[in-house]
Design a protein around this ligand. Sequence first.
Ligand SMILES: Cc1ncc(COP(=O)(O)O)c(C=O)c1O
Length: 406
Amino acid sequence: MSSLLETKIAARQHALREQGLLRQRKVLSVDRPLNTNASTSSPRFVFEGRAYVNFSSNDYLGLSRVPELADALHLGAQTYGVGSGASPLVTGYSDAHLALERELCDLTGHEAALLFCSGFSANTALMKTLFDQQDIVVADKLVHASIIDGLQDSGAQLKRFLHNSLESAERLLARNQTSALITESVFSMDGDCAPIAQLSALCRQHHAWLVVDDAHGFAVLDGYHNAEAAKLIDVQVVTFGKALGCQGAAVLGSQALIDFLVSNAREYIYSTALSPANAALALAATQYSTAHPELQQKLLENIALFKQLCREANVPLLGSDTAIQPLIIGDALQTLQVAEELRAAGIWVGAIRPPTVPVGSARLRITLTAAHAAEDIAACVAQLAQVLSRIGVPLVTERQAADDHR
Ligand SMILES: Cc1ncc(COP(=O)(O)O)c(C=O)c1O
């Protein structure tokens, strides 16, 4: 007889499979070592013996494959060893961590910073530690799972405002004595940007803190990586696993906030510190991104090229101006089918399904990077248009015609 848990697991997996929502890992390998000349061409990987152009990573500047940064990681490991060896409050906090924290503060104008091994743990730690049952917190409808999980653990009363709606946010702030408003700089699944300056003004007016998850904006989006950031944003969470191409995260804010987290954040106190080699790498990556503004420029050019080609081919994008370009298909199984067809042509895009996105809004999440070559972007759009029309997903013109008849 099966145990209770075996029965539960089998039933849940069966239900997910039926709905096209089962998640499975794929084992990828590299298509070439880092130090070859070909490392300047589009990002690719190999899956089951075949190479694919990668349109689904968050490595927006292509930094994960920069040889100088591999050297920085190597030097960090040679200097400090490969691990931190302890939690930060025991003996895991070194001058490599401090140097990274200082650089992040210089870049954003915040007083102090605290490093975590991932953005997920930074967000949950921040929410769980900062808020409790006495707090009312308002958050954009689309904030990341790590924020929601942390808020649920905190016991705070959570109220959600309509995505990017200042009116909806203001209504909640006016009705509730709110401790903080939480949003993202660039939304991870829609690619659109929050109106940070206006939200900041609203928060000031209602004496609430503005907390911004800057995971997808940091080092790519102009605006919050200068001394002005701290004037608008009370708490900024930056991650190193996206545009910086490496790993880890930081919470940035006032010295009082960071001291409070050091004394109380369980994820910080009871977990092995980010390795000093990774801290040295994140510092080098931060400095590299600042020293190479042409990478941001190339990314912008690639985004513009992709959008223009989609417009010409009537591919119905959502309207984002960032590296994250979603194409909503709606049905989860059909989304998987489109992604599979693109793979058959050597193009890998993310198929994002509920619960990551709301039910009925399954989508392709196509991400551009500074490292993509123009011919691969063109091939991606051409395949996309072909597959969508073959499968019967309406293109822009057909969608408009359908809307006109409503
Ligand atoms: C908006 C947002 N915040 C936080 C995270 C978590 O960051 P990390 O991947 O470093 O855990 C992610 C990553 O998925 C994200 O998209």
